[in-house]
Design a protein around this ligand. Structure first.
Ligand SMILES: CC(=O)SCCNC(=O)CCNC(=O)[C@H](O)C(C)(C)COP(=O)(O)OP(=O)(O)OC[C@H]1O[C@@H](n2cnc3c(N)ncnc32)[C@H](O)[C@@H]1OP(=O)(O)O
Ligand SMILES: O=C([O-])CC(=O)C(=O)O
Length: 382
């Protein structure tokens, strides 16, 4: 057995997958053969979910049936709502509330006793989780505001319905389309840390609720999904500082501070999703406040051209422009990472199912660097 140490599993192939492919040098991302640009422009999040879960783009009848099956699973139990209210009152973080909610959903799962090897049942469970996440998240936000949750609107698609449940108002077309596009862009990305976490859990043949709960936990960290919130917090810090935004970044860079939203384990160039989100941010800026778009583009230009970060393969990732897009849509900053989870749940479920089709327990090794042959001393003699 090879004893090469691959810290962080960097570059290690551990599975075959037909779900998504990333060309980190060309800045290209595809889901099941379709470019992310084409999907973002032409599809809805529901179509992308169908593509990931069923292997092909749905025709009209398939999409109608699939959308209806998601829509009818949106409601969450009174127990979940009561827990969201308690957590909101206790000042819990939305990402932690979501982690709790997903874990709780299983209590109301009608197929709770399904055989773990019945992958059709697992997919139906995954569909229920995906349909319920927006409802639990929006309810948490409403409770935080001291308001009652808003019931899901079955006339609205997943993206528009989430914005509606969050604010109690029907979103305009631009907001609904932008949000739908953001969900598409975040749905899958190879074996990123949260997807791999879900796969490790799934490889033990644990249920999909456990796998998605683990995915939420892994996504929350600032090196992964948590960076989208950090980006917006940095933009606000810049706005409130006495320094001009270029000076602020220069100082942060000199201090060796990492700029959230920059750098990626797989991309050596700008993330293609960042280009699409940048465009959306520009469009939103044209109709509203432009300073956030100005800050992000100037920071990107400065870090790329003057500080040469791009030459070292450190370019904007998906989180760099999503933060300002969500901010421009009026979404609270600490909901950005849960929103990422709301979308990525589709990818986690797809990868767990794909892996379980030909399952092998994931169990790597560590090189032992501890002591050997120590003499045991009984407690009373230590
Ligand atoms: C959805 C997502 O998960 S996308 C990623 C979201 N995370 C962030 O945006 C957080 C900021 N970025 C980072 O911390 C990193 O780029 C990561 C964690 C995403 C990728 O990390 P790794 O592949 O492990 O790269 P690593 O941390 O080894 O960085 C390589 C070099 O680039 C530098 N670097 C990486 N990211 C940044 C950054 N954001 N700002 C400044 N320098 C950076 C590192 O200091 C390191 O330099 P060195 O070789 O001189 O020490
Ligand atoms: O792929 C990764 O390492 C991080 C990730 O989830 C993404 O960029 O969407």
């Amino acid at each position: 057995m090879a004893d090469d140490l691959k810290k962080g599993l960097e570059g290690v192939l551990v599975a075959e997958s037909k779900l998504s492919s990333i060309d980190g040098d060309a800045g290209r991302l595809i889901y099941r053969g379709y470019s992310i640009q084409d999907l973002a422009e032409g599809a809805s999040y529901e179509e992308v979910l169908y593509l990931l879960w069923h292997g092909h783009l749905p025709d009209e009848a398939e999409l109608e049936e699939f959308t209806a099956s998601l829509t009818e699973e949106r409601e969450v139990s009174d127990d979940v709502l009561a827990t969201m209210e308690r957590l909101a009152d206790a000042g819990e973080e939305p990402m932690a509330a979501l982690r709790t909610a997903v874990s709780m959903f299983s209590a109301a799962e009608p197929e709770r006793d399904a055989d773990p090897e019945d992958l059709e049942a697992t997919l139906r469970q995954g569909r229920r989780i995906t349909a319920k996440i927006p409802t639990a998240l929006a309810a948490f936000e409403r409770y935080r505001l001291g308001e009652d949750p808003v019931d899901p609107d079955s006339e609205l698609g997943l993206a528009a319905n989430f914005l509606y449940m969050l604010t109690g108002e029907q979103p305009d077309d631009i907001a609904a389309e932008t949000f739908d596009q953001a969900l598409i862009l975040h749905a899958d990305h190879g074996l990123n840390a949260s997807t791999f976490t879900s796969m490790v859990i799934g490889s033990t043949m644990a249920d999909i609720y456990s796998a998605v709960t683990g995915g939420v936990a892994a996504l929350s960290g600032p090196l992964h999904g948590g960076a989208n919130q950090d980006v917006m917090e940095v933009l606000i810090e810049i706005d409130e500082s006495d320094l001009d935004h270029r000076e602020w970044v220069e100082q942060a860079n000199d201090e060796g501070r990492r700029i959230p939203g920059f750098g990626h384990r797989v991309y050596n160039v700008k993330d293609p999703r960042a280009n699409i989100l940048q465009q959306r941010s520009e469009e939103l800026a044209e109709n509203g406040e432009s300073k956030w778009y100005d800050y992000t583009t100037t920071i990107e230009q400065f870090l790329s051209e003057e500080q040469g970060l791009t030459e070292h393969g450190i370019a904007p990732n998906v989180d760099f422009y999503s933060g300002s897009v969500y901010y421009q849509l009026g979404i609270p900053i600490d909901m950005y990472t849960p929103i990422f989870a709301m979308s990525r749940a589709g990818g986690w479920i797809a990868h767990v199912l794909e892996y379980q089709e030909d399952n092998r327990l994931i169990r790597p090794r560590a090189r032992y660097t501890g002591d050997n042959d120590l003499e045991f001393v009984p407690l009373e003699d230590r």
